[in-house]
Design a protein around this ligand. Structure first.
Ligand code: C2E
Ligand code: CA
Ligand code: CA
Length: 735
């Protein structure tokens, strides 16, 4: 699981990082581009701002030099007082120029004022060479402009300002130098010389100038560099050039970097979002992997459930058949034979019926464990359903198969501890050995052979194993044939009833027991001890039971004074609608329930459940009496007497036969008779064959008897005759 996780998470994390990396690169590139655009835009703005500033300054100067009075006082005659008040005081004081020089028509300095004080022309002389290009440019423009000759008729201005500005380095500092031609505004005073005087101003680009500029354009960190040589690389620059195009200084400021700002502001949220998405993707991937793993697991579970038994976890019939097929297919490659073992518990039903299904389940689980413990790794133990198990074993010789079968039988015969106490069930095993010569035998046939052998083991007394032999098939075939014949006989009157009289102490016939008879067209008479269990096994017992009841009920109407006893199989009693069937037959035949006695065995009462109690109560309420057949042969005949409303007990023949020869047998019968009397039950002895037995029964106090001594089971018309003759049977000495 851990390995899968890292295997899946690594590419996911890699992809997430690659995505984030790409995103950051793209963002950085676009931020740089935004910054470049912004810088270009700001540089253009600052350049235009510089031009505007220069134009501002030129306008300020023009207001002092471009009027008729200036022509009068600086050209027509030089008036130092006027120059000081108007040019010096105003321009230096108001506009903050550092140097003001007035040049006459011959470009000679006539006035120089610095910081409000008239000074010598030393400063100008010193910088004349630097300032020369500016003056030259001004004089060229002067020459190119026609002079006004007087006021205009419309009274408008007669001249436009002629000014030249440039940045120059003077004494190591950068200055904005402006040369302005003195001109007439309305043409009232006219320049008399060939050339007009010039006012030269110098404004130092100092901190105050820069601060003003910076605050106007919102430029942070503005400063000047002497030239572009030391310009900081990170700053924005505007080169300031002189008229010759030489860079005099560089205006530096901190560029806006909106892209970087955006990047800085955006990257964190983007990283957070991408990180969040990454985490979400990983969580989602894990979740879906869990779901996928869950699906795989549930598919595996479903597959396991399809092939295994839920109660024991053993392979089920499907997987058993698959393993069996594989084993048979592998036979040609192996040297030794293989075996299929069919296993059936012997008394599972009794435990299930007596202690309930929970105990039955517990028993199956315990047995499954035992069987599995006995088998080797290559052997498959499967539960085929109910109390049926099977084993497929390969590489076995007959001896090995017999040893395995013996071990299985031994294991099943040991008591099993359940929560309700210890139970003994035992089991029977059938073995089908398949060797290479029988490779053509398929899985179905192999399993069938094991089954046949298992049934033989049951027939031979249970708690043992049997190998399959070919003649068993013949027996099985015969059984199948007999089944079909019985079915036919039930339909065509082949099954009929014989009646065996029951007499009292004086030999008077008080009842008859109806006993089913089947005369097979080929095999002759077949004992009910054979065909009744056959009917039970192949699902014909209900049909047989109804046939017997219908006949016996009908015949009972012929013998008014006699009770007719009818044998009822345990399987019939277990049918939920048995009382209804009986009621319907009563109505159909018109018989009286009071004239019928139902003979049931312990097997019918074994369940001791609600259904059985209710059925018995209903039957008695209808008027039937109940006799407990074969009394003494079961495990707990006595306890049933207390729990069920029984009317009569039939002492089993096995207790009667030894009477007169075995004293102990007499004591047992005497005890049963005393018990019956104590419980106010009728009692009858069956299988009475001798006068001696009859005599002893009389002495013990058992009045009623049934047996060959009085009469074998006979056809109904013989009973008619008996009744007609007086209904009394005299035997032996009495006769
Ligand atoms: P069961 O109910 O114990 O019937 C008595 C059996 O003992 C009868 O055998 C009867 O012929 C036989 N018998 C009677 N007197 C003597 C005697 O003095 N000596 C000896 N050795 N045997 C005697 P049968 O008729 O062969 O019946 C065998 C069993 O078949 C019955 O035993 C009963 O369990 C079952 N059976 C017979 N008919 C029916 C039937 O209609 N329905 C059901 N469910 N079972 C039946
Ligand atoms: Ca009977
Ligand atoms: Ca009996």
């Amino acid at each position: 699981m851990k390995r899968i996780e890292t295997r899946l998470s690594a590419p996911l994390a890699g992809m997430a990082m690659l995505t984030v990396g790409l995103l950051v690169v793209v963002l950085a590139m676009s931020a740089a581009r935004v910054d470049r655009d912004a810088l270009e835009h700001e540089q253009a703005l600052v350049a235009r701002g510089m031009q505007a500033k220069v134009a501002d300054i030129e306008r300020t100067i023009w207001s002092e030099v471009g009027w008729d009075e200036a022509v009068e006082h600086l050209d027509n005659r030089y008036d130092p007082q006027w120059a000081h008040e108007n040019i010096g005081t105003y321009l230096v004081g108001q506009a903050g120029f550092d140097q003001i020089i007035v040049l006459d028509h011959a470009s000679r300095p006539v006035f120089n004022e610095r910081l409000g004080q008239p000074t010598s022309s030393a400063w100008y002389d010193h910088n004349a060479a630097t300032l020369a290009p500016i003056l030259d440019r001004l004089r060229q423009r002067e020459a190119a402009t026609p002079r006004p000759t007087g006021p205009r008729p419309d009274g408008d201005m007669v001249s436009r300002p002629i000014q030249v500005s440039a940045i120059e380095r003077l004494d190591g500092d950068a200055y904005l130098v402006t040369a302005s031609l003195v001109q007439s505004d309305f043409g009232k005073a006219l320049v008399r010389h060939a050339r007009a005087p010039v006012v030269l101003t110098a404004l130092k680009l100092d901190a105050a100038f820069l601060d003003g500029f910076a605050s106007r354009f919102l430029l942070p960190g503005v400063h000047l560099h002497a030239s572009d040589a030391t310009a900081e690389r990170d700053d924005a620059h505007l080169p300031l050039t002189n008229l010759k195009g030489q860079v005099v200084a560089t205006l530096d400021w901190q560029p806006p970097h909106p892209g970087q700002r955006l990047l800085r502001k955006a990257v964190l949220p983007i990283l957070l979002v991408v990180g969040g998405l990454g985490v979400a993707v990983i969580v989602f991937a894990r979740r879906s992997r869990k779901i996928a793993e869950g699906l795989v697991a549930s598919e595996a579970r479903a597959k396991h459930m399809a092939l295994h038994d839920a109660l024991t976890g053993l392979p089920n019939r499907v997987l058993f058949e698959e393993r069996l097929r594989q084993a048979i297919d592998g036979l040609p490659r192996r040297r030794q034979a293989m075996a299929v073992l069919a296993i059936d518990l012997d008394r599972f039903k009794a435990v299930n019926d007596t202690h309930g299904h929970a105990a039955g389940d517990e028993l199956i689980q315990a047995m499954a464990k035992r069987l599995q413990a006995l088998c080797r790794a290559g052997e498959t133990v499967a539960r085929l359903g109910g109390d049926e198990f099977a084993v497929v074993a390969v590489d076995l010789e007959p001896n090995g198969a017999a040893a395995l079968a013996e071990r299985l039988v031994q294991a099943m015969s040991a008591p099993v501890e359940l929560s309700c106490g210890a139970v003994f069930v035992g089991g029977s095993v059938g073995v089908a050995l398949i060797d290479r010569a029988e490779g053509h035998v398929g899985a179905v046939e192999a399993a069938r052979r094991a089954d046949v052998a298992m049934y033989r083991a049951k027939d031979e007394g249970r708690g043992r194993y049997c190998f399959f032999e070919a003649e068993m098939d013949a027996a099985l075939k015969a059984r199948r044939g007999l089944e079909a014949d019985l079915r036919a006989a039930l339909g065509d009157g082949g099954v009929w009833l014989a009646y065996q009289p029951q007499v009292n102490a004086t030999g008077r016939v008080v009842g008859v027991e109806a006993l089913a008879r089947w005369t097979h067209p080929v095999k002759g008479p077949i004992s009910p001890s054979a065909f009744v269990p056959l009917a039970e096994d192949c699902g014909l017992i209900d049909e047989l039971g109804r046939l017997v009841m219908r006949r016996a009920f009908t015949d009972s109407r012929r013998w008014k004074g006699l009770k007719v006893a009818v044998n009822v199989s345990a399987l019939q009693m277990r049918q939920a609608d048995f009382p209804d069937q009986v009621a319907a037959l009563l109505a159909e035949t018109g018989a009286r329930a009071k004239g019928i006695e139902l003979e049931i065995t312990e097997g019918a009462l074994l369940g001791d459940d609600e259904t059985t109690h209710r059925a018995i109560a209903r039957l008695r309420a209808m008027g039937f009496s109940l006799a407990l057949d074969d009394f003494g042969t079961g495990y707990s005949s006595l306890s049933y007497l207390r729990r069920y409303p029984i009317d009569k007990i039939k002492i089993d023949r096995s207790f009667i036969t030894p009477l007169g020869e075995d004293e102990e047998a007499g004591a047992v019968v005497a005890a049963i008779v005393r018990l019956a009397k104590a419980l106010s039950l009728s009692v009858i002895a069956e299988g009475v064959e001798t006068n001696r037995q009859r005599q002893q029964l009389r002495e013990i106090g058992c009045a009623q008897a049934q047996g060959f001594l009085f009469s074998p089971p006979t056809p109904a018309d013989r009973i008619d005759a008996l009744v007609a003759e007086g209904g009394r049977i005299r035997v032996g000495a009495e006769a």
